[in-house]
Design a binder for this molecule. Structure first.
Ligand SMILES: *[C@@H]1O[C@H](CO)[C@@H](O)[C@H](O)[C@H]1NC(C)=O
Ligand SMILES: *[C@@H]1O[C@H](CO)[C@@H](O)[C@H](O)[C@H]1NC(C)=O
Ligand SMILES: *[C@@H]1O[C@H](CO)[C@@H](O)[C@H](O)[C@H]1NC(C)=O
Ligand SMILES: *[C@@H]1O[C@H](CO)[C@@H](O)[C@H](O)[C@H]1NC(C)=O
Ligand SMILES: *[C@@H]1O[C@H](CO)[C@@H](O)[C@H](O)[C@H]1NC(C)=O
Length: 901
């Protein structure tokens, strides 16, 4: 057998520091705990002051200046759930109604302002591929992408995703997802993101945003913020969404961190989460939207709701929401009856003076600016040519309407190109070898293989047999819900094994069958999985979150492994999973020689895995979360909250900064496998101690925002009522959402507005004058640009020698400057290319000012607690394998030390 051809090395850098029912009748809720509140923050800061967006705003301001009020409002909301595209170029009459021919249908379709050249926007899920349509690539999920720890692959996957979304004519990619961050191990949608750490999430999302947007597609960073569990995430006519109650420091140092990096990377859009924070719904929380996102982080693009998450009209507009999707209400009314909180109601609110005209100017400008910034005004930007409602070529042009004309809705444009190459690379580099006793792996293709578990094969009922993957049958390629995509095909492990190995016996069952007595040479390969997804579906009693199965393998996977381990002396376990699973029932069994976590591989699940099994490549994945010994090792506060009462569930983040490895390290609990753990087929590489370079760290310079925004030049006087009238002779399609009003309604609203009486019950703290100064931590997209100054650079040379490093004396524990801070926190990482034996590579790691800072709640700013003090920078291959330490005061490093945990 050939030696593994390549070895990839990871260096992690961790630092140690100092109607049906109205909303009004829903007031019944558990009280938000004392002290947690979202202060008012008004008004919404205008966009357009960040130079990065300068050209786009200049053009957008020109366009919005020529829009009528009905046009400005029209582009801020969807035209209704299932209400699709049409073009006024293709109007035709049928059944006495005016109908329109469709150009395609997306999960969200905004109104247009065609008179001035602004088309409808097509918004489409999801983070791992275009959903739900054909001829696309089903990429590995975010969690797999995080497990590669490869910045290059994160970016390349983004490039390929962007090309596919563009090819289908989509304007908005509804991803990447960084909230959920992975606080709750049972959380249903953690797998859509990159791992349970803010830096891993930040790097993954920034690379994805860059890759997607370079193709001209607007990325939508979501879900802002603290959407950590699925159950009771949504407001509906009878139930309030849960409230995530978070203190300011935890918000900044954990949950906001990836949003800050995503805004800095230039994300075109942000999606507000379903849930509330501190008792105030994210879609209308002025402190989160106006304050933190648009002022402190300086976000210049539009903020949209999650689907049907809008629960108010005027209030959400004032709080900084810019786009309502898909346009209908749900939180305070049922969708599909043509009710909207915006569209005609927003027009009315502007005419009657309750929503200031400049707020709508700003909304529309943000939306148009994002479109210009990505170059979507280019002639060759394709219109949508697929349907998210049907796989048929022809279908109803308005699936939501009672009577709808039919037409071509799917042109089956094949956008896959060669993207399976990057998809496979991600799936493969994600594969994480947790255990490999006696260097059992890799095995030869001539070994007699006995394969167990339905997870080894494609679902016999069909690879796309359940809507949005809302069943767990056969190989688990991704979780379920809107984060899923259709598989164009599935390269399953069993087919790949049969192609490569000479003796394969497959038992397509999850109950251990009767088998012949095993020989010494026989190898059992057991496939198990654990699934989760979105709360819109319940799968085997799991309501999105893993509330029924917990962190155990599904379908009696533990028993299957145990029985295989009793019958065979060589067992390899392959796990496809959305997140951590408890492995104690079998991990220490002597015949369980090797364990591979293959995460969620998407369509390329077969060869990506078997090439690792057979040693064509060495595994190079590392865990993007910790795997504990038992679930009770987590803090109680991170469990799923599901008390079934008609009140608002209060989920208070009492664990603060201490989630995942931060918690285990603080509690002194040794996990079974630490965050970052991942073996390869050779021993530890040799490292030359890095030579750190420092820049000085004076106090954080203020970088004041340009005080003026071009949005202020758009006419903000009360628009004429006539601009809001339905066009003469216009025939409405039932349930289609329009921004026009009937003449009497428009006139009545205008009369109120013209009278100038501010009778609207504005929230406490409401203001309309733009703030003169930027928050101390603000200044540009992502916050004060000086936060991202590189303070230290470390270059580490890694060599594939196979020699192990000897542990040496423990290092000193630096001071944390009085801030209770996790003992280690990931700050940067780098992965080498595949290294041949003897070959070396130099990896460069950096620490920014923000990386060595803490959030000071009193100052409302990032501070370096002790700039002249000693900070230890640990470098290693996993959070429990840190054998090199560098000191910021002496700029020296020691190798072969014992890590801090
Ligand atoms: C939530 O309340 C906490 C405690 O008062 C406060 O520190 C934090 O800033 C609030 N956050 C938001 C987003 O309202
Ligand atoms: C709003 O958008 C729809 C869909 O594109 C369009 O038919 C309608 O004319 C637009 N309304 C205005 C005021 O432009
Ligand atoms: C994919 O596109 C091809 C044409 O390139 C078409 O023949 C085929 O039907 C499409 N696949 C599906 C599943 O619709
Ligand atoms: C569909 O997409 C293709 C490729 O992106 C594009 O060239 C074409 O114009 C689109 N077709 C329609 C009818 O929108
Ligand atoms: C203006 O219209 C909005 C939307 O219908 C409504 O909520 C608000 O109360 C109205 N304001 C006034 C002053 O009538």
């Amino acid at each position: 057998m050939e030696p593994p051809s390549g070895l990839r090395r990871l260096a992690m850098l961790l630092t140690l520091l100092p109607s049906l029912a109205s909303a009004a009748t829903l007031d019944c809720r558990d009280p938000v705990p004392a002290g947690y509140a979202s202060p008012p923050y008004y008004p919404t800061p205008y966009g357009g002051w960040d130079n990065e967006w300068g050209d786009a705003y200049e053009k957008a301001v020109a366009m919005v200046s020529s829009m009528t009020i009905a046009e400005k409002v029209n582009i801020t909301a969807g035209t209704g759930i299932f209400m699709a595209y049409y073009s006024e170029r293709d109007v035709y009459t049928s059944l006495g109604l005016i109908m329109f021919s469709s150009l395609g249908r997306c999960v969200g379709n905004s109104g247009s302002a065609l008179r001035v050249g602004f088309p409808q926007m097509c918004l489409e899920d999801g983070p791992l591929g275009v959903r739900p349509t054909d001829n696309v690539t089903a990429f590995p999920a975010g969690i797999s992408t995080g497990a590669t720890w490869s910045k290059e692959l994160m970016y390349q996957r983004g490039v390929a995703l962007g090309k596919e979304f563009r090819g289908k004519g989509i304007n908005y990619y509804l991803g990447p997802s960084v909230g959920s961050l992975g606080r709750q191990p049972r959380g249903g949608r953690n797998w859509e993101g990159f791992g349970s750490d803010p830096v891993l999430q930040a790097v993954g999302s920034a690379a994805t945003i860059k890759g997607v947007q370079e193709q001209g597609v607007i990325a939508t960073l979501k879900h802002y913020i603290a959407n950590e569990q699925e159950i009771y995430r949504m407001y509906n006519p009878v139930q309030q969404a849960y409230s995530s109650n978070i203190d300011d420091r935890t918000l900044h140092e954990l949950y906001l961190w990836p949003f800050a990096e995503g805004v800095r990377a230039g994300t075109g859009a942000v999606m507000a989460a379903y849930n509330a924070v501190n008792g105030s719904a994210c879609s209308q929380n002025s402190y989160l939207l106006n304050g933190i996102l648009k002022d402190e982080l300086g976000f210049q693009g539009p903020v949209m709701t999650d689907w049907l998450a809008q629960i108010s009209g005027v209030a959400s507009a004032l709080a900084g929401l810019d786009m309502s999707m898909p346009g209908d209400t749900f939180g305070n009314n049922i969708p599909l009856f043509g009710y909207s909180n915006w569209m005609y109601e927003l027009t009315r609110s502007v005419l009657n003076g309750s929503v200031p005209v400049d707020r709508v100017n700003d909304m529309a400008t943000r939306i148009v600016a994002a479109w210009y910034k990505m170059g979507q005004d280019a002639e060759d930007y394709p219109p949508p040519n697929f349907s998210s409602n049907t796989m048929d070529r022809e279908g109803p042009l308005y699936p939501g309407a009672l009577i709808s004309p039919r037409g071509v809705v799917n042109e089956y444009v094949n956008v896959q190109a060669d993207h399976k190459t990057v998809a496979k690379q991600v799936a493969q580099e994600a594969i994480t070898l947790l255990k490999n006793d006696d260097n059992f792996l890799p095995i030869t293709t001539s070994a007699p293989l006995f394969v167990f578990g339905t997870d080894a094969q494609a679902n016999p009922k069909g690879i796309n047999s359940c809507t949005d993957k809302s069943c767990n049958g056969g190989l688990l390629s991704m979780g379920w819900g809107s984060g899923s995509a259709l598989l164009p095909y599935l390269d399953d492990p069993i087919s790949s094994l049969k192609r490569k190995a000479s003796k394969v016996t497959y038992y397509a069952t999850d109950s251990f069958p009767k088998v012949a007595a095993a020989t010494e040479d026989d190898v059992a390969v057991v496939f198990i999985n654990s699934d989760s997804g979105e709360n819109s579906y319940t799968v085997e009693n799991n309501h999105g979150d893993r509330d029924a199965n917990g962190l155990s393998a599904w379908h009696n996977g533990d028993t299957l492994v145990q029985k295989a381990a009793a019958a065979y002396s060589n067992v390899v376990v392959v796990v496809h999973t959305v997140g951590p699973i408890i492995m104690e029932p079998w991990i220490d069994l002597p015949s369980v020689k090797s364990v591979l976590v293959a995460h969620l591989p998407g369509q390329e699940a077969g060869d990506s895995l078997t090439e690792v099994l057979f040693g064509e490549v060495s595994p190079s994945g590392h865990l993007p979360y910790s795997i504990p010994v038992k679930e009770s090792d987590y803090p109680d506060s991170v469990s799923i909250k599901s008390s079934p009462k008609l009140s608002q569930i209060q989920d208070t983040y009492t664990e603060g900064l201490y989630i995942d490895y931060r918690h285990f390290n603080k509690a002194g609990v040794k996990p079974r496998f630490a965050f970052g753990h991942g073996l390869s087929y050779t021993n530890s590489p040799s490292r030359t101690p890095p030579s750190p370079e420092a820049s000085s760290l004076p106090s954080l310079p203020r970088d004041p925002r340009k005080p003026t925004s071009p949005v202020s030049t758009i006419d903000a006087s009360l628009p004429p009522a006539a601009d809001a009238y339905y066009p003469k002779g216009f025939n409405k399609i039932w349930r289609y959402l329009y921004s026009w009003l009937d003449k009497p309604e428009a006139d009545a609203a205008h009369a109120i507005g013209a009278a100038g009486k501010k009778t609207y019950p504005y929230p406490t703290g409401y203001a309309t004058t733009q703030r003169a100064s930027v928050p101390p931590a603000g200044g540009a997209s992502g916050g004060n640009p000086a936060l991202y100054d590189v303070a230290y650079t470390l270059s580490v040379k890694v060599t594939n020698t196979g020699s192990a490093l000897r542990p040496a004396r423990p290092s000193r524990r630096p001071t944390n400057g009085g801030f209770d801070t996790p003992v280690i926190q990931l700050r940067d990482f780098a992965k080498s290319d595949s290294l041949a034996p003897g070959e070396g590579a130099t990896l460069s790691l950096r620490l920014t000012r923000k990386d060595v800072s803490v959030w000071d709640v009193g100052l409302q700013n990032w501070i370096v607690p002790n700039p002249a003090g000693r900070y230890s920078v640990w470098i290693g291959q996993a959070s429990d394998d840190l054998r090199v330490v560098c000191y910021t005061d002496t700029l020296t490093c020691e190798d072969g030390v014992t890590g801090p945990v």
